[in-house]
Ligand binder design. Sequence first.
Ligand code: ATP
Ligand code: LTN
Length: 326
Amino acid sequence: MTRVFSGIQPTGEQHLGNFLGATRNWARRQHETDAFFCVVDLHALTIKLPDGEVRDGSLRLAQMLMAVGLDPEVCTLFVQSHVREHAELAWLMQCNVSFGELSRMTQFKDKSDQHAFVSAGLFTYPALQAADILLYDTNEVPVGDDQRQHIEITRDIADRFNSHYGETFVLPEAVIPETGARVMDLQNPGNKMSKSSESPKGTIGLLDDPKQIEKKIKSAVTDTDGEVRFDFAQKPGVSNLLSILGAATDRDPASLAVDYAQYGPLKADTAAAVIELIEPIQARYRELESDPAETARLLAMGADKAREIAAATMDRARTNVGLLID
Ligand code: ATP
Ligand code: LTN
């Protein structure tokens, strides 16, 4: 069976971009594959966060992932730091990736510009991500478009390791959705929707109430020519709304454009579709939120399942790389 792995950081609130670009597809794929989904708390440590945020955020994110539809009885849902092999394999990855390769990562360039203290961990972040993926003999990695480069470097590291030390890792493929892979900020449609956006009006949080969602979409930046057309280069704001509506209703954004002569109705329909999509998620989240002990139990069960596979891969990697086996 196809093995699927993906990860998400327990920082900030989940937004529409995370859902349409990644987690919705995780929920869909869990039924047809052997799927592993990981709350990557060690990755969150690359940037200094307020005390307690990673711990609380990990639990809340796990609850949100279940609210979005991940079923811990169907897939394996766990927290990265609960499976020690992630940090261990990351070291072998760091020793098999070059400074030059890491220097070319656009996510590092973006994030290092935003912080005064740039940790070594932020720089070697892709080595830990490669470890995450390779530990599970992963075939497919469902992610948003911004992660393409990280999956490419994972393949390069795996390929290099295999040719130096013998067949050890499976080469993974990125799986990027046709619509929703790059949801843009509503106020700055040149940037991707992000939890670290300067303007909260540009980001739709999965826990925003319907009124807020309506207001944010109504005030989304468009342009002045008044024509509804799917053309990201010329009309980024309008095209982003068409993409969101298309992804929310499982329709093709370009063909949706012919239904609209004005921006007002496009915005109203987009807001209605997003609210319809998000409301049941919010209701499930509110239920799950009330029982953190049950979430912790489910995560411990996930970590036990993950550890079994990770330990076998780690043994293979230790042997092949030439360590003295204890
Ligand atoms: P941010 O930029 O908001 O800090 P991130 O990229 O660090 O976010 P994660 O929460 O770690 O976000 O990402 C989880 C998943 O969501 C990844 O697969 C990523 O590609 C996807 N994703 C994030 N933002 C978007 C977006 N605007 N559109 C589509 N997919 C997205
Ligand atoms: N780098 C990713 C999060 C991430 C991930 C992974 C995604 C960490 N490990 C393994 C897929 C597979 C991000 O910033 N969104």
